[in-house]
Design a binder for this molecule. Structure first.
Ligand code: CA
Ligand code: CA
Length: 376
């Protein structure tokens, strides 16, 4: 029996339970939109794995299998594409995490709290398709989207042929559709490919996939505190890594949605979908690219929205949870819908979820032996 209709039905129901549709429909100015709803852009749609586990027709063993073999592998592999796995040094220091002027209160953007972070290394770029391909080729790793056989894509980016096969969408965020065959190699459905975008961020990677990749690179995911500290780059209380101007020097420094979401994308920044991970100026003094915009980025923290105002050293988030924190917003973010391309902004997904606008970059306590440090 084909389990897909039942799976889809249950998945959509559960997705709906996780999304407040009233906020999704708000396309007015931010001041007119509900500010207390963390789901207000449809960007936290999550997969529900329990239905797969209950049905017994799916085994998620790829991460474990990969762990048994990773020591034999070589993260410094050669590729035809320019490597973008370099890391920059983020000196230790302190900062105010979060904001006392939250846009999305229920996201737990606030309150501001004093946080100290030890020095660490962070990938200068989002992980690209080319870099992820090295990992897959070396380990035969199978992502969770490939195992489940589907992932979330915005309908705008899906071909008419693929659209015909889609029977359901997420209520309140109807542009989000579960697409069969969508995965990191087929970001917009089975008839798409990454052939021309190998230098773009890898998408449709779950948190578990991201952890597996970073481990293979002898790296790890950044904590949310590390990510935000790196994003802020010593700019106190600013919205973006460089300050408060959306377009510094009248230029575009990030890849977001321009036009009227979700109906028109004018691509004023040059990109209707993703941009190369090397695109745009460095976003702050650490030399980081595309921290905000382009692809959302997983962090290691469990999701929580109640933060103590006590100062903390190297906080790692709640001990447990259902969702993992992602940061930075994406090419699908528009000020009127998902104004989350800010350092303090945050969102969440279950660790096995994947989507067309979700990727990651890795961190490390020490510079891996096979790497030279990147200039900031
Ligand atoms: Ca854009
Ligand atoms: Ca990003």
């Amino acid at each position: 029996m084909d389990p897909w209709p039942r799976i889809l039905q249950v998945m959509i129901c559960l997705v709906l339970a996780r999304c407040d549709v009233s906020a999704e429909k708000c396309s007015k100015g931010e001041s007119e939109c509900p500010n207390d709803d963390p789901k207000s852009c449809g960007c936290s749609i999550s997969r529900d794995t329990s239905i797969y586990k209950q049905s017994g027709d799916l085994k998620l063993e790829s991460v474990d299998r990969y762990r048994q073999t990773k020591d034999k592998l070589t993260p410094a592999s050669k590729t035809d594409f320019p490597r973008t796995h370099g890391m920059v040094n983020i000196p230790g220091g302190s900062f105010f995490m979060g904001t006392n002027e939250p846009i999305f209160v229920a996201d737990g953007e606030g309150p501001e709290r004093f946080v100290r972070v030890n020095a660490f290394y962070l990938d200068k770029y989002e992980v690209s398709n080319a870099e992820f391909e090295l990992f897959v080729n070396a380990t035969n790793y199978k992502t969770e989207a490939e195992t489940f056989g589907n992932s979330f894509v915005m309908d705008t980016y899906v071909s008419e042929d693929v659209k015909k096969k889609i029977k359901q969408a997420v209520q309140g965020a109807p542009w989000w559709v579960p697409v069969d065959g969508a995965d990191w190699k087929h970001p917009y459905g089975e008839d798409s490919s990454t052939k021309e975008i190998m230098d773009h961020p890898v998408l449709h990677t779950s948190w578990n996939d991201a952890v597996a990749y970073c481990e293979w690179m002898t790296k790890r995911l950044p904590t949310e505190a590390e990510w935000e500290y790196a994003c802020r780059g010593d700019k106190v209380g600013r919205l973006f890594p460089w300050g408060n101007k959306v377009n510094p020097k009248e230029e575009h420094w990030m890849n977001i949605w321009h036009g009227e979401f979700p109906n028109s994308n004018t691509a004023d920044d040059g990109y209707e979908t993703t941009a190369p991970v090397t695109a745009f100026p460095k976003q702050n003094k650490f030399g980081l690219k595309n921290m905000i915009g382009n692809a959302w980025e997983w962090t290691s923290d469990w999701w929580g929205t109640q933060h103590s105002t006590e100062s903390k050293d190297n906080p790692m988030g709640p001990d447990r949870g259902a969702d993992k924190v992602k940061k930075g917003g994406s090419f699908m973010c528009h000020e009127t819908y998902c104004y989350r391309y800010r350092c303090a902004a945050r969102s969440q997904n279950t660790p096995d979820s994947s989507a067309v606008n979700l990727g990651f970059r890795c961190a490390s306590n020490k510079l891996p032996k096979y790497l030279h440090m990147e200039d900031p």
